[in-house]
Design a protein around this ligand. Structure first.
Ligand SMILES: Nc1nc2c(ncn2[C@@H]2O[C@H](COP(=O)(O)OP(=O)(O)OP(=O)(O)O)[C@@H](O)[C@H]2O)c(=O)[nH]1
Length: 334
């Protein structure tokens, strides 16, 4: 549980806000019933149900976007209804909701929810003691929302940039090894769920050091960029390419069998020869290929592809070696 909270930022925010909402609202719900204000008490209980339901939904399904949206809508519009019922003490509740919308939903959605809540509050009118109070409320609520929007948008932008820096190889623009680890885990989980396997093609340029030594590092860089362009143009959209290390790349190919893999590799060898050039000629590469076995862990899958690549290098390069399957445990339902 703590591991999930640590690794999923949105889930931890939803849990924290859900808990704060529960602790903040429950005493008032009890108070309303105690005072005989059943209607407001029921509204408080409905808000509590929406907030707690959102947290439970996020934990069970992992869908933090939908649960965040539901929680933001329930909290904001619930506060408007409460303010309409209890008058100006209820106005204060909308401010934390205006802020938390930005934690629970993307900035544009949050601003739409906030503006709608403020408009609804004004349209109902019951919460205000006079025009001046209404004007003050609208101004302050919009200022709070605007500040939170700027802050959340900057945050979102920085998060995207950091994610890009952390997952994209700056030279070639393909995903790096870190991103690959995540994608392989997703592919493995998908294969386990559906019974549809996938394959890893580990590709390593032959004698790349020689290219660097003879023509310079920048020529080596150009070769890597050309290789990636050729691979990107000539593989399916569903295939994913990663830079595994210096001159080593991984192609993750979903739903393919041995015959398909042989065709793919034959095409790639041809493409490298014809389209990835350096002053001394064209490049060749060695390939280690491994189909994911049923129930196999990612580490073992990668290790088999790595061993196959090693054999391809050892037995002369410019060739593909297919990894032996492990002892298969056939899926019961497939
Ligand atoms: N230009 C360039 N070279 C790189 C980059 N990353 C790694 N290298 C070089 O890639 C070379 C890899 O050399 P080796 O591991 O000996 O492999 P190789 O020469 O291709 O030999 P085999 O793989 O056995 O065929 C080294 O010279 C690294 O410096 C890079 O981003 N740009």
């Amino acid at each position: 549980m703590f591991q999930r909270l640590r690794s999923d930022f949105r889930l931890s925010i939803i849990t924290l806000l859900g808990l704060s909402g529960f602790l903040g609202i429950t005493p008032f719900a009890v108070l309303r019933f105690h005072q005989g204000d059943v209607v407001t008490g029921v509204v408080d209980v409905l808000i509590l149900c929406g907030v707690c339901g959102g947290v439970v939904y996020a934990w069970v399904t992992g869908d933090t976007r939908r649960s965040g949206l539901v929680m933001a809508i329930v909290a904001s519009f619930g506060s408007v209804v409460v303010a309409g019922l209890v008058g100006d003490p209820g106005l204060f509740w909308l401010y934390p909701c205006l802020i938390t919308s930005f934690f629970l939903t993307p900035p544009r959605v949050a601003i739409a929810i906030n503006v709608s809540a403020v408009v609804l509050m004004v349209a109902l009118g019951d919460a205000f003691s006079g025009l001046e109070q209404m004007g003050s409320f609208v101004s302050t609520a919009l200022v709070v929302s605007a500040c939170a929007f700027v802050f959340a948008s900057r945050n979102e932008d920085q998060r995207r940039r950091l994610e890009h820096l952390a997952t994209i190889d700056p030279l070639t623009g393909v995903k790096n090894r870190r991103a690959m680890d995540e994608e392989l885990a997703i592919a493995q989980a998908h294969a386990t769920r559906t019974g549809i396997s996938c394959a890893l093609i580990l590709l390593d340029i032959d004698h790349f050091k020689q290219i660097n030594d003879e023509y310079g590092h920048s020529v080596g860089d150009e070769v890597l960029v050309d290789l990636v362009n050729v691979l990107r143009k000539n593989t399916r959209k569903s295939d994913q390419l990663f830079r595994y290390g210096g001159e080593e790349f991984v192609l993750l190919v979903p739903a393919i069998d041995g015959v398909g893999l042989k065709t793919v590799i034959g095409n790639l060898q041809q493409l490298l020869r014809n389209h990835v050039k350096h002053p001394g000629g064209s490049i060749t590469a060695s390939f280690g290929v491994a189909e994911l076995d049923w129930g196999e862990r990612v580490e073992s899958w990668l290790a088999r592809a790595d061993d196959a690549l090693y054999q391809a290098k050892e037995t002369g390069r410019d060739r593909a070696v297919f990894a032996e399957p492990r002892i298969r445990a056939v899926p019961q339902s497939a």
